[in-house]
Design a protein around this ligand. Structure first.
Ligand code: HEM
Length: 412
């Protein structure tokens, strides 16, 4: 294994465009150690880890804390009273659970968050997107992140959950505060803001839940409170923490996927072609396929980790129980061993087995909703603005939740 491979994950240059560095790392080696984690760079190795849930898990629970390496950040974090609510939230939702708890949570939530419920949102999403696009019409220059990509997923998830209109303005700031704590080594004010956001959001959901128990509505909070399978139900805290997870997971990546997607289409000179397809009433599959390629080409959540649950060998490297493996989804998605011409954004790439929604046990539960939103948004935006010129853009914060904070475009 070459000793000199290192990624400077926090450098602004890397966050802005990680792909040349990732390509260098991937061609130099399938795996390298950095900060006590074994980083994997190639598609097949990442996929193998994701599919092997006996050897690799997301949660800390199957391990005794004593077995974790001394540098394991979360050992001290888990005992930190400043973030007690945040940590309780993370132990209660499916993303950080393992079987059998994960199986129970995911199947109960799946009974409420059904494909039918998602498909039922289509008309509402189309209406919302057209409304947002129409509101921008006539404004020569606008910020595509703030004015277009952000409002939609937040409104959709709020609508889905059943958060009333007058409370929705809090959702985006709460979610932003919570996800900031997933970056490595957060400062005190980030910890305090995330903790407060979890407390405030939980309080709102607890109130809504009490109301829905008295007066059921056609929304996910009501449905989650009613689901039952084989005598199992969601406890109140599981239900509340599931709703917080759905809010966070359900819009951060969608905002980033859409705005980066538009940026990449403009920069590769293909926006006009998409707009032409929209004008010619291209079938839904055109926009679905396009959405998949945008999510492969520029991966909104580029890095996830797994804990080694039992000793194993990955990419030829032995790993011990308690160690961490860092999976560079963004690198796997550009691996030439898996994708032909991976640095090209090909509108009609098919098949497209990208890693953007993960694989295996924790495969994104919201993928059908994310795909629906992205396809509808791309069609509506390209119809409303057949010519778009990028004037300026900037990425925010970190690599783990990588996204544009600003994308200024001029409509021609
Ligand atoms: C472009 C948008 C999205 C991307 C890129 C994305 C990506 C992901 C990824 C990679 C995972 C697995 C994490 C891992 O491998 O450790 C995941 C899990 C999850 N996602 Fe998404 N997601 C998106 C949108 C959504 C939406 C819209 C929702 C819900 C409304 C959602 C809900 C979830 C949930 C609940 C999980 C946990 C599944 C489990 O642990 O079994 N996601 N997502």
């Amino acid at each position: 294994m070459p000793a000199d491979v290192r990624l400077d994950l926090n450098s602004p240059d890397f966050v802005r465009d990680p792909y040349p560095e990732l390509a260098r790392a991937r061609e130099a080696t399938p795996a390298f150690w950095q900060q006590d984690r074994l980083f994997l760079t190639r598609y097949d190795d990442i996929a193998r880890v994701l599919k092997d849930s006996r050897s690799f898990g997301r949660a800390l629970s199957p391990l005794s804390r004593d077995e974790l390496p001394v540098s394991e950040l979360r050992v001290s974090e888990l005992q930190d009273p400043r973030r007690a609510a945040f940590d309780a939230f993370n132990t209660n939702h499916m993303l950080d659970s393992e079987p059998p708890k994960h199986t129970r949570l995911r199947s109960l939530v799946g009974l409420a968050f059904t494909p039918r419920r998602v498909e039922g949102l289509r008309g509402r999403i189309e209406e919302m997107v057209q409304g947002v696009a129409a509101g921008l019409d006539g404004r020569g220059t606008f910020d595509l992140v703030r004015d277009y990509a952000e409002p939609l997923p937040v409104t959709v998830i709020a609508q889905l959950l059943g958060v009333p209109q007058e409370k929705r303005h809090n959702l985006r700031p709460w979610s932003a505060a919570i996800v900031r704590l997933y970056e490595v080594g957060p400062p005190d004010e980030v910890i305090a803001a995330a903790e407060q956001a979890v407390l405030d959001f939980s309080a709102l959901l607890r109130r809504l839940l009490a109301e829905r128990r008295k007066h059921p509505q056609d929304d996910l909070i009501t449905a989650l409170s009613q689901v039952q399978a084989e005598g199992e139900r969601l406890s109140e805290s599981e239900l509340i923490d599931t709703c917080i997870l759905l809010l966070n997971a359900g819009h951060e990546a969608s905002v980033n996927g859409l705005s980066a997607g538009v940026l990449n289409l403009c920069r590769s000179g293909q926006w006009d072609e998409v707009a032409r397809a929209a004008r010619q009433n291209a079938p839904e599959t055109f926009f679905r396929t396009l959405g998949e390629e945008l999510l492969r080409f520029d991966t909104p959540l580029p890095l996830f980790e797994r804990l080694v649950l039992q000793d194993a060998v990955v990419a030829g490297v032995p790993v011990r129980r308690g160690q961490k493996v860092a999976l560079l989804y963004a690198s796997g998605n550009r691996d030439p061993r898996k994708f032909e011409a991976p640095t090209e954004l090909r509108l009609a790439r098919d098949p497209n087995p990208h890693l953007t929604f993960g694989l295996g046990l924790h495969y994104c539960l919201g993928a059908p909703l994310a795909r629906l939103e992205l396809g509808i948004s791309l069609r509506a935006l390209s119809l409303a603005f057949p010519r778009l010129e990028v004037q300026d853009f900037a990425y925010s914060g970190g690599f783990v939740i990588r996204g544009l904070e600003r994308l200024t475009v001029r409509a021609g």
